[in-house]
Structure formats: structure tokens, C-alpha cells
Design a protein around this ligand. Structure first.
Ligand SMILES: [Zn+2]
Length: 339
């Protein structure tokens, strides 16, 4: 088959080339990939990969949708079915898996990180990671769901679920997770406020239903959010980290909650403990989403209630351009790859 393979670190280490077909282990099925999308973690794998157990060369790509090419006996899957992959291989036996909390699995292995990924003509995964889709499903949209929308789903509706009528601050609109948060918050009738350095991105967010936006290069974020939300938001979603943390904390109402899912600008901002205890704030982290949350997301997707916003589409042979597009940070929504 052909695959986008990372042979060495750096932008020129990625190429679309011949690679051995996947050989499914017992219980695994094979997907013929139709579409995937590029994510920040692909850039991390390309440029560093530190802390993630893997070996090069490796097929990249942490999500994929397509058509089942080979199904394991007894899996209930049938060749020819459209399907999307849950991209985390979980053990099913640890205390977290048994509690339905697969993203916390003690031996989780993510495709495109710990094992070969979805930037390929074919990928093998345990059959329990295959989720059949209706025949009329848009596979480009499905191939952009797992990372952005599932991560967003767990942040918004996981530990302390955002409620209709509540408000949420989404820091740094434009990335796949942030845009997914905007779509999902709006879908349930919550008010979403966004920040960006780009007036154009704020305008696009408003067109998607945002209740307000702040350009952080021109205005004081916390002051503007407190004004627009009448005293502070119920929840803040911050994947930026050090550079936005203080504003995110100050934008919360008393008793509000801050969810972190990334630290692109730095991982150690001042904690501001006095603010935390006096205002009784909650702070917690989130990454990925559970199988149960994925089922909920797929139900909403299949009914047409939410569809990923696609920034751009690239043929997979042009994977380097897709990663460059993501690296430049100018995107609004998902950078899709068509196989
Ligand atoms: Zn487990």
C-alpha cells in the first residue's frame, strides 16, 4: 500500500511512499481509508515525539474514516460497511476501562502515536475500535470527528457538563478542538464567547453562532468577557496555556470551571491560588473521549446536528502541505486529508 510515513524528524521526514500492508492481529479488522485529518499531535510526532513510545519509520495520522476491507470473524463487521475508527486501542481490563473511561486506560495505544496510523490506504485496528456509519455518511466529515469533536465533547459534557443557558469562553478560536467546542456549545443552547488575534476568525465564529468575540491583541480579554457575560462565564476552555491562563481564570464567574486540554504557549502559568479558593473555582484537565462519549457524538453526527467545519482539503500525497497549513496556524476548523 501507500502511506504517509515519518522516516526521520522534521518536515522533510514525512513522505507518501510504499509501505507494507497492515497484517491484522487476531481480533483486528482492516479499514480502507477514505479520509483523515491533520492534528497538532502530528506536528508533535513529526518534530519531536518525546514521551511517546514508538519507533520510526511510522505511518502517521490519529484518525480515519473509510470502508471496511477485512473483518475479524465474530466481530459483526462486514466488508463494504462505512466506518469511523475510535483511534485509541484500550485494554478493556484495567480499572479505568472497566469503568468506561478508556482515555485513562493504563496501557492505551493511540494510532499514529504508538502504532501505525490513518494516513494510509489501509489501517488495521482492534474490531472494537470500528464504528459503522450510515451508508449516506460523508466520510470527509467523519474522518475529522475523532480528535476535534470527541475531545470537545468530553471537555464540554464530561466531568461537569455545560448546560443549556450557561456560557463558555473558548480561548483561541480556529483550531479543530476550539471550533468543535463552539459548534457543540451552540448546539445545546449555551452561549459561547471566543478569543482570537484575528478579526476574520472572530467574524467566522460569530457566523457559526458565537455570542461574542474578543481580539486579544486589541482588548483586555477578562474585562470584555465579564462585560459581555454579565459577570463571568460558567466555563472556560483553554488549550493555549501560559499566555491565556490568567485571563481565562479572571473571566470565570464565582464557582466557575476551567478545562485545560493543551499548553501550546507553555505549561506552567502562575496558579493564582488565592483566586481559586476565594472564588471557589474548579480546574481540571481533559484529553480524548470515551467509547460512550464517541457513541453519543456519532449519534448526533448521524442525525445531522453537527458536522465538522472543514478549513481545507488536501490529497494525502500532499501531506506535507497539509501539515504546513496546520503549522502556520491560519486555519479555521479541520485540515482534511483525502486518500
Ligand atoms: Zn484499560
Amino acid at each position: 500500500m501507500k502511506a504517509a510515513v515519518l522516516k526521520w524528524r522534521g518536515a522533510d521526514g514525512v513522505s507518501w511512499r510504499d509501505f507494507p500492508d497492515p497484517t491484522p492481529a487476531q481480533g483486528e479488522s482492516v479499514l480502507r481509508v477514505a479520509a483523515s485529518s491533520a492534528n497538532r499531535v502530528d506536528l508533535y510526532m513529526r518534530d519531536s515525539g518525546a514521551g511517546i513510545t514508538h519507533s520510526l519509520p511510522q505511518v502517521m495520522g490519529v484518525e480515519a474514516a473509510g470502508v471496511i476491507a477485512e473483518s475479524a470473524p465474530g466481530s459483526g463487521l462486514k466488508p463494504g460497511m462505512k466506518a469511523v475508527l475510535y483511534s485509541e486501542v484500550f485494554c478493556g481490563n484495567c480499572r479505568y476501562c472497566l469503568a468506561g473511561d478508556q482515555p485513562l486506560c493504563e496501557s492505551v495505544k493511540i494510532m499514529g502515536e504508538h502504532r501505525h496510523g490513518g494516513f494510509a490506504e489501509y489501517v488495521a485496528m482492534p474490531s472494537q475500535c470500528f464504528f459503522p456509519l450510515p451508508d449516506d455518511s460523508d466520510l470527509v466529515a467523519a474522518g475529522a470527528l475523532m480528535t476535534g469533536h470527541l475531545t470537545a465533547w468530553r471537555m464540554l459534557f464530561g466531568k461537569r457538563a455545560l448546560q443549556p443557558g450557561e456560557s463558555v469562553l473558548i480561548v483561541g478560536i480556529g483550531g479543530g478542538v476550539a471550533v468543535a467546542c463552539l459548534q457543540l456549545a451552540t448546539m445545546i443552547g449555551a452561549r459561547a464567547f471566543v478569543t482570537s488575534s484575528s478579526d476574520a476568525k472572530i467574524a467566522r465564529a460569530m457566523a457559526l453562532g458565537a455570542a461574542g468575540g474578543v481580539n486579544y491583541t486589541k482588548d483586555n480579554v477578562a474585562k470584555a468577557i465579564l462585560d459581555m457575560s454579565n459577570g463571568g462565564v460558567d466555563m472556560a476552555i483553554d488549550s493555549v496555556g501560559a499566555s491565556s491562563w490568567a485571563d481565562s481564570l479572571k473571566s470565570l464567574r464565582r464557582g466557575g470551571r476551567l478545562v485545560t486540554c493543551g499548553a501550546t504557549s507553555g505549561a506552567n502559568p502562575p496558579a493564582d491560588l488565592q483566586r481559586m479558593f476565594i472564588r471557589q473555582l474548579e480546574i481540571y484537565g481533559s484529553t480524548g473521549g470515551s467509547v460512550g462519549e464517541f457513541r453519543q457524538l456519532l449519534d448526533v453526527f448521524a442525525r445531522g446536528l453537527v458536522k465538522p467545519e472543514i478549513d481545507s482539503q488536501f490529497a494525502i500525497a500532499d501531506v506535507r502541505s497539509a501539515l504546513d497549513r496546520l503549522s502556520a496556524g491560519a486555519q479555521f476548523g479541520k485540515v482534511s486529508l483525502i486518500v
